[in-house]
Write a protein of this length. Structure first.
Length: 464
């Protein structure tokens, strides 16, 4: 593959899955999976390029489930994928075109005899990519079972992955943080689930237990589980869904309505608090970020319309967008009037509940919404540079931006990217995955799975 310098798209949005803001999922009804599979089969022509680490041409690979590469004699490779975002219906999924390629990839994993483990690193199933007009529901277990039913071919192949001798592991992400273990276990009986707090997980593996894999939303203000901020509003501590969930539903609505441009009379804050007042300055920065997004994403629904009819995860009421949007309150402070009120004041407690090893300030975490390097810093602070840890390799997902950092001395940080059809956050790369070879001194790389079945090493292209 030609070595290319890939530009990093720093979206002016929170780190939630907003890949649907491009030409990805649109208001058009998605094609059926059968049609997608037929199209993939029809398009399996000779590979445009030949890769040294590919055992067959792309066309042959797609036809025969060939190994991903020429396998060694020892099962020493950990393969990591994430951010697949399977949906309850085809029109509410971010991975439809790539679905047959994902199934083919899983078939080839089964035949790659040096793969020890396949790790699904979060955002496997998606409860967030739904318009606000999707019928309100109360049974989240049944909702996830509906996603499984809608994607049964994927689950069939995952069970076959286990049968082939590969250990299959799941780590929760933010879009599937409410997925209960028994629902997934019923679908994949021999699956290993790595969970260390509600809605979160970290998986430690490798010959020396030197590899840590987690989704990354633990460090994200908008995506980390939040059982604190709405506790008083809802009268319970079950309100795990964070602020990013509300915005994701709002943005999905705008996209599915055809991206209308609707004038919105949003509250305006003109007085910027002094930076020395970290509480109110943090509240203002939160407002400023939401203001930037909300002025661009303008669904048809009225600001005073109770569009968020929530009867899940501790919520049992309907809310407007203004209930969520920060404004100057009667006492002079900046806060949303109802949902996620004074969110800046609960971040420290959320981090304790969520098992963050090295706490981060609210302002720093908020800034991370616009800067993917924040997650590299967290990998270092929490693990690689943490004297209390003995970790050589950290893999995150979450941002959809594939990254490869060789930090020398056998230490690496990788982001394995995504498998969604249209990766707005990094348009030039989707269907990406990480591979770590565990040994006395680990090696790691990033690959892209081509539409023709080729396996391309992209580590140099996304190296930092």
């Amino acid at each position: 593959m030609k070595k290319r310098r890939l530009s990093l798209l720093l979206v002016t949005s929170m780190v939630i899955s907003v890949s649907f803001l491009s030409n990805g999922c649109s208001s058009k009804t998605a094609a059926s999976k059968t049609a997608a599979l037929d199209t993939a089969a029809a398009n399996t022509t000779e590979a445009d390029t030949t890769e040294a680490n590919t055992t067959a041409s792309g066309a042959d690979a797609l036809k025969g489930g060939a190994p991903l590469w020429e396998a060694g004699e020892k099962r020493d490779k950990i393969v990591v994928v994430s951010d697949i975002h399977l949906g309850i219906e085809d029109k509410y999924t971010e991975t439809l075109k790539n679905l047959p390629l994902l199934i083919d990839f899983l078939q080839r994993v089964q035949n790659t005899k040096d793969v020890r483990e396949l790790v699904i690193d979060g955002d496997f199933l998606d409860e967030w990519f739904l318009p606000v007009y999707y019928p309100s529901y109360t049974d989240q277990k049944q909702f996830y079972k509906g996603i499984i039913d809608n994607n049964q071919d994927v689950f069939n192949e995952l069970n076959k992955v286990i049968e082939s001798g590969v250990k299959l592991v799941y780590v929760p992400g933010n879009h599937d943080m409410t997925l209960e273990a028994d629902v997934l276990q019923e679908a994949i009986p021999k699956l290993i689930q790595a969970r260390d707090a509600t809605g979160l997980g970290r998986y430690q593996t490798g010959d020396r237990n030197e590899i840590v894999i987690e989704h990354g939303h633990r460090y994200d203000v908008f995506s980390a589980p939040d059982t604190v901020t709405n506790k008083e509003l809802c009268g319970n501590q079950d309100t795990i869904l964070p602020a990013g969930y509300i915005y994701a539903r709002y943005a999905a609505t705008w996209v599915l309505e055809g991206r209308p441009s609707v004038k919105k009379d949003l509250p305006v804050i003109t007085d910027v608090p002094d930076k020395s007042d970290t509480d109110q300055y943090g509240a203002y920065l939160y407002y400023a970020l939401l203001k930037n997004i909300s002025e661009r994403m303008t669904p048809n629904e009225d600001l005073n319309e109770k569009i968020f009819d929530l009867h899940i995860s501790g919520f049992n009421d309907a809310y407007t967008y203004l209930d969520f949007y920060p404004a100057k309150q009667a006492d002079g402070t900046i806060s949303a009037p109802a949902l996620y009120k004074n969110i800046q004041r609960t971040w420290d407690e959320r981090q304790k509940i969520n098992g963050v090893k090295v706490p981060v300030s609210f302002i720093e975490a908020l800034a991370g919404a616009n800067d993917w390097s924040y997650y590299v810093k967290q990998a270092k602070a929490q693990y690689l540079d943490n004297p209390g840890e003995n970790v050589d390799v950290v893999v995150f997902g979450h941002t959809h931006v594939p990254e490869y950092h060789d930090l020398s001395d056998g230490k690496y940080f990788l982001n394995d990217g995504t498998w969604i059809d249209h990766n707005t956050d990094y348009p030039e790369a989707t269907r990406t995955f990480a591979v770590i070879t565990t040994a006395d001194k680990d090696t790691a790389s990033l690959y892209q799975y081509g539409e023709d079945g080729s396996v391309v090493d992209i580590a140099a292209s996304v190296s930092k």
